[in-house]
Write a protein that binds this ligand. Structure first.
Ligand SMILES: Nc1ncnc2c1ncn2[C@@H]1O[C@H](COP(=O)(O)OP(=O)(O)O)[C@@H](O)[C@H]1O
Ligand SMILES: [Mg+2]
Length: 250
């Protein structure tokens, strides 16, 4: 589904990725862990299409398409979704209208008609239940005045509504209490199918008690330095991030 090969990228002449390689197949959950400032959010941004990054070497392919020249909205149409570390507020646009536009835009790109209003309402109710969201949030402006935890929950709600092929969660767990963490993880676990995939970026191991990854990658200084299963996350938690600095590059 996603193939990143030997990626070197820079921003403002600062090299951030230094030979990053990762392959994600349908049905898999991958976790990326690593110290702050190591390039985790950059990874999400590069896949989702945030501008400002220059690729100096390597490729990013999504379902066989080189996506690096595609606009973020075109990548979203292909089925890429990024839940932000710091979700943005959109004053004056209700959550419901925002999602209606997004859902219908994706349908349009597939040659489908807009979703009938009743079906849309039904879908919203179903997905709100999934993330245990109060219906008041539907009519409120996107993320405006939401608490940190509510914003994160709203990101998972958006993800559930859009049903992406590849969902990237950038530290969706940070700032969440245990209940919210469970809700976020529950959302991922229920949305998981053999046809979609998740890239879970996290600084802490805790989320991975609830979302069991197939692969855990340790990122350091712009590349993956070690790959393992969920036990690697526990090892990392125990040994701390100083340990990764001494790892051989794999
Ligand atoms: N716009 C930018 N200009 C210059 N440096 C940047 C920019 N965005 C990110 N960086 C740098 O890239 C590195 C990786 O950042 P980031 O991907 O946010 O790390 P992480 O999410 O792992 O904490 C950091 O050193 C950060 O300061
Ligand atoms: Mg980050």
């Amino acid at each position: 589904m996603l193939k990143i090969n030997n990626l070197h990228t820079s921003i403002d002449n600062k090299e951030i990725f230094k030979g990053f390689t990762l392959e994600i197949n349908a049905g898999e959950i991958h976790a990326i862990m690593g110290p702050n400032g190591t390039g985790k959010s950059t990874l999400g941004n590069i896949i989702a299409g945030k501008e400002g990054y220059t690729i100096t070497q390597g490729t990013v392919e999504f379902e066989g398409v080189n996506i690096f020249d595609l606009e973020p909205e075109d990548r979203a149409r292909l089925g890429v979704f990024l839940a932000f570390q710091y979700p943005i507020e959109i004053p004056g646009v209700s959550n419901a209208n925002f999602l209606k536009a997004a859902v219908n835009e994706i349908r349009k790109s597939k040659g489908e008609d807009p979703m009938p209003p009743n079906d849309f309402l039904k879908l919203m109710r179903e997905k709100m239940a999934l993330v245990e969201m109060n219906k008041d949030f539907i009519s409120r402006s996107v993320n405006q005045g939401f608490s940190g935890g509510e914003k994160k929950r709203n990101e998972i709600f958006q993800m559930a509504m859009l049903n992406p092929k590849l969902a990237i969660l950038d530290e969706t767990d940070s700032g969440l209490d245990i209940d919210a963490l469970r809700i976020v993880a529950n959302g991922v676990n229920k949305l998981r199918t053999k046809d979609n995939a998740f890239l879970v970026i996290t600084h802490y191991q805790r989320l991975l008690d609830y979302i069991i990854p197939d692969f855990v990658h340790v990122m350091y200084d712009g590349r993956i330095v070690k790959t393992g299963d969920k036990d690697l996350a526990l090892e990392l938690e125990e040994k701390g991030y100083d340990w990764v600095k001494e790892l051989e590059i794999v």
